[in-house]
Ligand binder design. Structure first.
Ligand SMILES: [Fe+2]
Ligand SMILES: [Fe+2]
Length: 185
């Protein structure tokens, strides 16, 4: 049986590829090199739906609760730190989204805000993901009873279905296409 944390790690590997896309696009936009602004639109859609609503949803609504139920308090411990980092990431996303709106309305100086917001997001997530992979997930594997692991797998499936429908493939293909467009593979 796959562990629920294995599935979350698979999400991380896709998210990391998008972080590379975003970091590359932000560098190019900052340097005034040619970059299709729709990269930031598609990236925003991915980050909101795949990374935040669905992946962070699985963590915040399911995994973190199971860790708490296993006796590790949510606040003041590693789970609390993870929650704060999710919020930090959201602030970057908001900055980026606002910049993008202004840019698309004709204000080209808003490019700087897109760059800053996207970079903030990349920075937060690049620090966050290894902490989950190396510390929080192994801890969850250790403390959460196996019977709950089985329930979590079911709950992950439900959340993914409710929040992303059958669009996982769509988002993975999006990442593939962006990597190709930016010459990353
Ligand atoms: Fe997280
Ligand atoms: Fe995560």
């Amino acid at each position: 049986m796959a562990r629920p944390t294995e599935l979350l790690k698979q999400d991380h590997r896709v998210i990391e590829r998008m972080l590379k896309v975003l970091a590359t696009a932000a560098d190019r936009l900052e340097k005034g090199q040619e970059v299709d602004i729709s990269v930031f639109d598609r990236g925003l859609d991915f980050v909101r739906q795949f990374a935040d609503y669905t992946h962070h949803g699985k963590e915040e609504d399911i995994l973190f609760n199971a860790v708490e139920a296993a006796g590790i308090p949510k606040h003041g411990g590693p789970v609390g730190v993870m929650l704060e980092e999710h919020d930090e990431g959201r602030k970057g996303v908001q900055k980026w989204a606002q910049g993008l709106e202004k840019y698309k309305a004709g204000d080209k100086t808003a490019a700087a805000q897109i760059v800053r917001g996207a970079r903030d997001y990349v920075y937060v997530l690049r620090n966050h993901i290894p902490k989950e992979d190396d510390i929080l997930y192994p801890m969850a594997d250790e403390v959460v009873p196996l019977v709950v692991h089985t329930q979590m797998l079911q709950q992950f499936e439900t959340i993914e279905q409710e929040r992303m429908g059958s669009k996982r493939e769509y988002y993975v293909t999006m990442v593939d296409n962006l990597e190709k467009e930016l010459g990353l593979k």
